[in-house]
Design a protein around this ligand. Structure first.
Ligand SMILES: *[C@@H]1O[C@H](CO)[C@@H](O)[C@H](O)[C@H]1NC(C)=O
Ligand SMILES: *[C@@H]1O[C@H](CO)[C@@H](O)[C@H](O)[C@H]1NC(C)=O
Ligand SMILES: CC(=O)N[C@H]1CO[C@H](CO)[C@@H](O)[C@@H]1O
Length: 385
């Protein structure tokens, strides 16, 4: 949502103008904010789902797709904007409705791409997901993974951005996008609750999606939506690895942006884009403990999408950011090099964090490791540019 920072300033200015006028006069400008913010709209699933959650035509236009999704809308051109995070084999991501979409330019119109049929959405093509970690904690479900993003219409090399139900104009990204889960229904897979607070970072051939249990008091804090330039490593700290498919129980994270330094609890404030790239972070987010992990073969996990065929890209796929905290274990692979060339292209990469202990003595690779460890799941070349 960060590209809207400038937009928000403009939009707020126009609202101020409107307010200054005679209250009886019709508004001179198209309004920015909806009557009700998306995050305050509640619809039971499936009976209460409207055709569109957002029916207004405001500065950002209208909702692109729809929320009533069914067998008719379940195809690879679907504009379904109702998503689910249920289980390690059953979740959706937000991605492009057209090939080569750049997340920051198309987030408002992104559509749901799911691992399982039955949700009325597009399906993530077989083999696109290259590793996934699904964690259940007392307060949220989190799914982090590696993906060939071109196969869900995200442009190759796009470092992406954040999607969440807020956005500068409170209409959400995607605009009107709704989220549901059966993950808190004690095994009754037909019983869904609406997820009010969630965040999803897409880009750099990686993703993280966290949905916060709406019955818990800190849902808005675990699913914080304002740290949109610092990616998964700080918003959804994890130890997911490429080619590993696992489901675990986990302890809760610290709230995104909150950390402890010398026994003092600190809160990070993300600087405005006008101050330029974020090149250093004052902390490394703590990766919480996990337990009772179950690992899977990807073919078994995603058997349901084995029939979805979209052309696989040519050439060898490698995640473009690769590996977070434990970067030392991923000794100088081609994937790290890929992330790094982009990092240096945008003039970033510093060595201020703990995990720069690369086992190689190649200076360029050391720089790479530093960069990767700062950004963790490294959605950051764009955030930094
Ligand atoms: C299926 O969803 C589409 C799009 O929301 C809607 O127009 C259509 O009426 C729905 N069909 C049924 C049978 O519910
Ligand atoms: C509910 O979903 C989970 C996760 O996909 C699955 O393991 C389980 O078998 C399902 N339960 C039933 C009763 O279908
Ligand atoms: C080496 C490498 O992966 N470079 C990529 C950096 O990002 C641009 C897009 O911003 C790609 O076109 C390059 O291939």
């Amino acid at each position: 949502m960060f590209p809207h920072a400038r937009f928000a300033a403009l939009a707020l200015a126009s609202v101020a103008l409107v307010k200054a006028q005679d209250p009886a006069a019709p508004p001179a400008a198209i309004a920015t904010f909806p009557t009700t913010p998306l995050a305050e709209k509640h619809f039971p699933y499936p009976s209460g789902i409207p055709y569109q959650a957002d029916t207004e035509n405001l500065i950002r236009g209208r909702q692109t797709g729809y929320n009533q999704c069914n067998s008719t809308t379940e195809n690879q051109n679907s504009l379904c904007q109702t998503a689910f995070v249920n289980a390690v084999d059953d979740f959706c991501l937000w991605a492009g409705n057209k090939p080569d979409s750049v997340v920051g330019d198309t987030e408002g119109e992104s559509v749901a791409w799911c691992t399982k049929p039955g949700h009325g959405t597009r399906l993530i093509p077989e083999g696109a997901i290259k590793g996934v970690q699904f964690i259940r904690t007392s307060d949220y479900l989190q799914v982090v993974g590696f993906i060939d993003q071109t196969r869900i219409n995200i442009k190759s090399g796009d470092w992406g951005g954040e999607l969440d139900p807020h956005g500068a104009d409170l209409r959400g990204n995607p605009l009107g996008g709704l989220m549901y889960s059966n993950g808190w229904s004690n095994g009754n897979n037909d019983s869904y609750v609406q997820v009010i607070e969630w965040h999803n970072f897409m880009g750099g051939d990686q993703f993280c999606m966290k949905v916060c249990d709406p019955s818990k008091p800190n849902a808005a804090r675990y699913c914080e939506h304002i740290l949109d330039r610092i990616g998964c490593a700080f918003n959804a700290p994890h130890d997911a690895q490429p080619n590993v498919f696992e489901y675990c129980q986990g302890d809760n994270q610290d709230f995104p942006g909150v950390y402890v330094e010398n026994g003092v609890t600190m809160t990070y404030t993300q600087p405005p884009e006008s101050l330029g790239p974020i090149t250093t972070m004052p902390y490394t987010a703590r990766v919480p403990a996990k337990s009772q992990c179950v690992t899977y073969e990807s073919a078994n996990l995603f058997a349901a999408i084995a029939t979805v065929s979209l052309p696989a890209p040519s050439g060898t796929w490698a995640p473009s950011g690769s590996v977070s905290g434990s970067a030392a274990a991923a000794t100088g692979t081609g994937s790290a090099a890929k992330g790094a060339s982009n990092a240096s292209r945008s003039g970033t990469g510093t060595g201020s964090t703990a995990n720069a202990e690369s086992t190689t003595n190649d200076a360029s690779v050391v720089a790479i490791s530093s960069f990767v460890s700062i950004m963790g799941v490294a959605f950051s070349a764009l955030f930094l540019s």
